[in-house]
Design a protein around this ligand. Structure first.
Ligand code: AHR
Length: 508
């Protein structure tokens, strides 16, 4: 049976701007994300520019992706950038010890990554090596990338074919330094972060936004240590904080780390556990934000959730180190719930990067290793349907009375999730019905403005387990939604079971 939800949106009361970078992406040298995913090499018969796969670029451009984080992940802390510049035949081969122990020929390096960002019209986010690198190495990478004028690093860049410096804003000071990035204590890393940040210079008008490697999940103590270090600088002449943000990583893992469950074979109980884990992102951002408020009530330091998404067991028969997984309607709802939470935390959350864009974990795109086929996942469609929220003003959504919910693993999970924003005189409302079986009807009282006509899209599937393959690429794809009406200042939306709906219209 359908249940009814009543909500109110004051469309004339704008909340904080939703940073477009919460729709950010992450690409690591892991499995087939870079090689075979983004990059096939110039000799491939797959259409490419400088080795970069053009069908992947075209699909991602439709998402307006705001940034791409690279080269890791754990890989970043064993990556030495000088191995990835200059003639390809001279680049040394290394072993990717974290991800399958495979050979890495370094054919995709700094110039290739920056060319990819240019093709995607997206901003680079470079993750530097703290774990096995040096301050000098990181400092010179920044110089190589962004310095104008003359210096040894600049001469080398020019010799490698790039005259002008690139613009690079986002720069990460290591990754998961509590684990694969060096197994450091919080105190130890906080001191390292200060040292590394000092030598990542701003050249000319290129102002870095330095991101300190933050906590895993709910480890608030790590965040507190990083915040304390910022306030204990002991140097009054520092104009900006040494780093502008701290990161956090949170994956939706429904099972245990040893057995995370299959991407496409799961019970209804496992589905609800997944949704409850995804919904904890709200608690996560509230918790880290509360700690940061103690040291930075003005919210000058941002939170960067630079890895998030579902993590399942790898698909049977694939390399366990490659983290290749399918993507179902369940993953789509995990994404849509995350975005509602991101919009709610627009005041502190400056960036979020899904892990990872192609062929790894909760991907947008899956490519077939044996054919040219490319599949857009259900998660891809959520990013596309929601892109109007990028840089929009968040709008608060208040539900009246009881919100439908169910008990999951001893806690309450709300089964209708809604967020809204306005930009350029247009309203965009996103609604997710997490109930596996029951439809829900939502009535939203729009106050302070009106929409006369709306356009609506729906993403749903016969079963939660449905997914797209090269043979059936449109099983889970957006379609026009008829179950929407506006009258008397009320927006009425019918949400079938396990569905994601967007409603957009011009505000009067
Ligand atoms: O995204 C896969 C891995 O997950 C990353 O390399 C690491 O940072 C995290 O543990």
């Amino acid at each position: 049976t359908d249940t009814a939800v009543n909500a109110v949106i004051n469309v004339d009361i704008e909340g904080p701007q939703i940073n477009r970078h919460v729709y950010g992406h992450f690409a690591e040298h892991l499995g087939r994300c870079i090689y075979g995913g983004f990059y096939v090499g110039e000799d491939s018969d797959i259409p490419n520019e400088g080795g970069i796969r053009l069908d992947v670029v075209e699909a991602l451009k439709a998402l307006d992706i705001p940034n791409l984080r690279w080269p890791g992940g754990c890989f970043a802390d064993e990556y030495h950038w000088r191995d990835g510049i200059g003639p390809k035949e001279d680049r040394p081969v290394m072993i990717n010890t974290h991800w399958g122990g495979v050979e890495e020929n370094n054919h995709f390096g700094t110039h290739e990554f920056m060319a990819l960002c240019e093709l995607l019209e997206t901003e680079p986010y470079i993750s530097g090596n703290v774990g096995s690198g040096t301050v000098q190495e990181m400092s010179e990478w920044v110089e190589y990338l962004t310095r104008d004028g003359d210096s040894p690093a600049v001469r080398q860049r020019k010799a490698n074919g790039r005259e002008e410096p690139w613009k690079v804003k986002y720069f990460g000071l290591g990754n998961e330094t509590w684990g694969c990035g060096g197994n450091m204590s919080a105190e130890q890393y906080a001191l390292e972060a200060r040292r590394y940040a000092t030598y990542c210079r701003d050249y000319g008008d290129n102002k870095l936004y330095r991101i300190a490697a933050g906590a895993s999940d709910f480890s608030y103590g790590w965040t507190e240590t990083l915040m304390k270090q910022l306030s204990h600088l002991g140097c009054q002449r520092v104009e900006r904080p040494l780093y502008q943000a701290v990161s956090v990583h949170y994956y939706t893992v429904a099972g245990t780390w040893a057995d995370k469950g299959a991407a496409t074979v799961f019970t209804e109980d496992e589905y609800y556990t997944t949704m409850a884990k995804a919904a904890r992102t709200d608690e996560l951002l509230t918790g880290h934000g509360n700690v940061m408020d103690l040291y930075d009530p003005q919210k000058e330091i941002g939170i960067v959730l630079d890895e998030w998404g579902t993590w399942w067991n790898v698909e049977p028969g694939t390399n366990p180190g490659f983290l290749y997984q399918q993507n179902t309607m369940r993953d789509a709802l995990v994404a849509s719930v995350h975005f509602d939470i991101f919009h709610k935390h627009a005041d502190r959350l400056v960036m979020a990067n899904i892990a990872q864009t192609v062929n790894v974990l909760q991907a947008m795109i899956l490519t077939d290793p044996d054919t040219k086929a490319l599949v857009l996942t259900p998660t891809y469609h959520v990013f596309r349907m929601n892109k109007g929220h990028q840089d929009a003003a968040s709008l608060r959504v208040d539900t009246l009375g009881e919100t439908p919910s169910r008990e999951v693993d001893g806690a309450s999970l709300e089964t209708v999730s809604i967020s809204a924003s306005r930009k350029d005189g247009r309203l965009l409302v996103s609604l997710s019905n997490l109930d596996a079986e029951a439809a829900q009807d939502v009535e939203i009282d729009l106050r302070g403005g009106a929409v006369a006509e709306v356009e609506s899209l729906i993403l749903t599937a016969g079963a939660l387990q449905d997914h797209n393959t090269p043979q059936t690429p449109e099983t889970v794809a957006p379609r026009p939604h008829e179950g929407v009406s506006v009258s008397g200042g009320k927006l009425r939306v019918h949400l079938p079971a396990h569905s994601f709906v967007t409603v957009a219209g011009a505000l009067a």
